[in-house]
Design a protein. Structure first.
Length: 500
C-alpha cells in the first residue's frame, strides 16, 4: 500500500484536504512508494495561524526553556540518525553513508542553536550623557518560513529552523515535494522533545503553497535554498511583500589546479567533490580549471579514479554513488553529456546510458568526464546538478582567475597548490562567497555562515552562523534616563539632549 505524507500543523498530523497529491518515487527502482498531499491556500493559512498563535507565548519564553528543548531535540536526532538516513536514501537515493553525513552537518546547527544565549547577548553603554544609558537588544521577528530543496531534505531545513526557533520565532517549513518524509520525522522529534504545538509546522505542496507563504502578511521572513531562477523569484516576490529574504541560488563551482599542485590529491578531491551524492550538491565541483601543462596528466588521474566508483542502490553498503532523484532530472543531466561533443568538448567518460542490473527502472546515470570544454558550451554555462565534471584549460593563473570571475555564479571555489602566496592571492582576488585552499568543498562549520555571491545569493544575509542569528532577529536600541533621588523637580527643555 502506498504511503501518504500529510501536513504537520499545530503539533499534529493534518490530512490533506485538497485531494491533490504528488508522487514520490524510490530513485533506485523507479517505483512510486509515497503520495504527498499538496496544500491549498487555506491549509497554508492554517499553518501560519498556528504559528502566529504559538508565537504569542514562544516569543516571550525564556532562553533557558528554548535551550532545554533544543538539547533534547539534539539527543533525539543523534539517537535517530540511522532512521533519518534511511528515509533520505529511500526518497532521495543517496547512499546511506552520505545520508548520515547530511544528518551530522544538520546537527552542527542544532548544537549552535543550543548555545543561542551567547549569540543573543545585547550591548550596554553607560553614562552616554548624565545618568543616560543606551542598550541594544535583539528580538524575534514572529512567524518565519523556510522553502527547502530535494538534495538535502534533513540538512538544509536544519540550517534554518533550529536558529529561528532558538531566537524565539515560530516556523513554517515547505519541504521539497520530491522527498517530504524527512521533514515530518523532524517534526515528530521536535514534538517529542517538548516543543510547544504550533512552533514548528510543515506544509507540503507545490507553487500554490510557496506563493501563499511569499504573500502571507503574517510571515515576516523567508529562507530559501534552490536554483537561481527560483531564488530570484523568491527574493523579488517576498521583498515586494515587505519580507526579509535570504534566497540561496545555484552554482558552478570551480577548482583551480596550479602546476605545482599535488596532482594525486587534486584528482582525489575532484572526483569526490564532483561525483559525491551523484553531483546533486550546490557545493559540488563541476568545473576543474587546469593551469599550464598539467591538464593531460590531471584528466587521466581523474578518469582512472572515476571509473572505479561503484554505482548502485543507496541502501547497498557497497555502493559509493546512488541514482538521481527523478527520471526527468536524469534525462536532463544526460542531455548535457550527449550534446557535449557537438559543442566542442572532448567526452572522456560518458555515463548517459548507464543502468544497474536488477534495477533497470531506476533513475541511473553513470560518471561523465568532459575535457577541453569551451566556456560557451551548455555543459559549462548551466548548473547541471548531476555527476558531470567539466575540465577547462588555461595557460596562466591570471587566465584561470579571470575565467572563474566571469561566471555569473559565485557560490564556492577552490585552489589546489603548494604555494602559500598564490593561495593567499587567490582567496583575495576570487569573486565567490566560500573559498577552499586544498579543500574542494569549503562548506563552513556551523559557527561560520554559508552563502555565495552574485547569482548564487539574493538577499543581504548568508545562512546559519552569525548571519543566521541576525536574519532571524531584529535590533532595538533603548535609551534610558532615571532621575536620581537627590534631583530636584524636572523642567521643560526644548533643546537638543545634552550629552556632554
Amino acid at each position: 500500500m502506498t504511503k501518504i505524507v500529510n501536513h504537520w500543523i499545530g503539533g499534529k498530523t493534518v490530512e490533506g484536504a485538497s485531494g491533490t497529491y504528488g508522487p514520490v518515487t524510490d530513485p533506485a527502482t523507479g517505483a512510486v512508494t509515497t503520495n504527498v498531499a499538496f496544500a491549498t491556500v487555506d491549509e497554508v493559512d492554517a499553518a501560519v495561524a498556528a504559528a502566529k498563535d504559538a508565537y504569542a507565548t514562544w516569543g516571550k519564553s525564556s532562553l533557558a526553556k528554548r535551550s532545554t528543548i533544543l538539547f533534547k531535540f539534539r539527543a533525539l536526532l543523534d539517537a535517530n540518525r540511522d532512521a533519518i538516513a534511511e528515509l533520505i536514501t529511500a526518497e532521495h537515493g543517496k547512499v546511506h553513508s552520505d545520508a548520515l553525513g547530511e544528518v551530522a552537518r544538520g546537527l552542527e546547527i542544532v548544537e549552535l542553536a543550543c548555545g543561542i544565549t551567547v549569540q543573543l547577548k545585547g550591548e550596554l553603554s553607560t553614562e552616554v550623557a548624565s545618568r543616560v544609558d543606551v542598550s541594544s537588544i535583539r528580538q524575534p521577528l514572529g512567524v518565519v518560513a523556510g522553502i527547502t530543496p530535494f538534495n538535502f531534505p534533513a540538512m538544509v531545513p536544519m540550517w534554518m529552523f533550529p536558529l529561528a526557533i532558538a531566537c524565539g520565532n515560530t516556523f513554517v517549513l515547505k519541504p521539497s515535494e520530491k522527498d517530504p518524509s524527512t521533514a515530518l520525522k523532524l517534526a515528530e522529534l521536535l514534538s517529542e522533545a517538548g516543543l510547544p504545538d504550533g512552533v514548528f509546522n510543515v506544509v507540503n505542496g507545490d507553487k500554490v503553497a510557496v506563493d501563499r507563504l511569499l504573500e502571507h502578511p503574517d510571515v515576516k521572513a523567508i529562507s530559501f535554498v534552490g536554483s537561481t531562477p527560483i531564488a530570484r523569484y523568491i527574493h523579488t516576490t517576498a521583498s515586494a511583500n515587505g519580507k526579509r529574504v535570504q534566497a540561496l541560488g545555484g552554482a558552478k563551482n570551480h577548482m583551480l589546479v596550479l602546476p605545482d599542485a599535488d596532482l594525486d590529491s587534486a584528482a582525489d578531491a575532484a572526483v569526490s567533490a564532483a561525483y559525491g551524492s551523484a553531483g546533486e550538491r550546490c557545493m559540488a565541483i563541476s568545473a576543474v580549471v587546469a593551469v599550464g601543462a598539467i591538464g593531460d596528466e590531471l584528466v587521466e588521474k581523474i578518469r582512472e579514479r572515476a571509473e572505479k566508483i561503484k554505482i548502485g542502490p543507496g541502501n547497498d553498503p557497497t555502493s559509493e554513488m546512488g541514482p538521481l532523484i527523478t527520471a526527468v532530472h536524469r534525462d536532463k543531466v544526460a542531455s548535457y553529456v550527449t550534446g557535449a561533443a557537438a559543442e566542442g568538448a572532448e567526452v572522456v567518460l560518458d555515463g548517459s546510458g548507464y543502468t544497474v542490473e536488477g534495477f533497470e527502472d531506476g533513475h541511473w546515470i553513470g560518471i561523465s568526464l568532459l575535457d577541453k570544454v569551451p566556456t560557451s558550451a551548455k555543459a559549462y554555462t548551466d548548473e547541471i546538478f548531476g555527476p558531470v565534471l567539466c575540465v577547462l584549460r588555461v595557460d596562466t593563473y591570471d587566465e584561470g582567475v579571470a575565467l572563474i570571475n566571469s561566471s555569473p555564479f559565485g557560490n564556492g571555489t577552490a585552489i589546489f597548490t603548494r604555494d602559500g602566496g598564490a593561495a593567499r592571492r587567490f582567496q583575495m582576488e576570487i569573486e565567490a562567497g566560500m573559498v577552499g585552499v586544498n579543500v574542494p568543498i569549503p562548506v563552513p562549520v556551523g559557527y561560520h555562515s554559508f552563502g555565495g555571491w552574485k547569482d548564487s545569493l539574493f538577499g543581504d544575509h548568508h545562512i546559519y552562523g552569525n548571519d543566521g542569528t541576525h536574519f532571524y532577529t531584529r535590533g532595538k536600541v533603548v535609551t534610558t534616563r532615571w532621575p536620581d533621588p537627590a534631583d530636584g523637580p524636572s523642567a521643560v527643555d526644548l533643546g537638543f539632549p545634552r550629552n556632554h
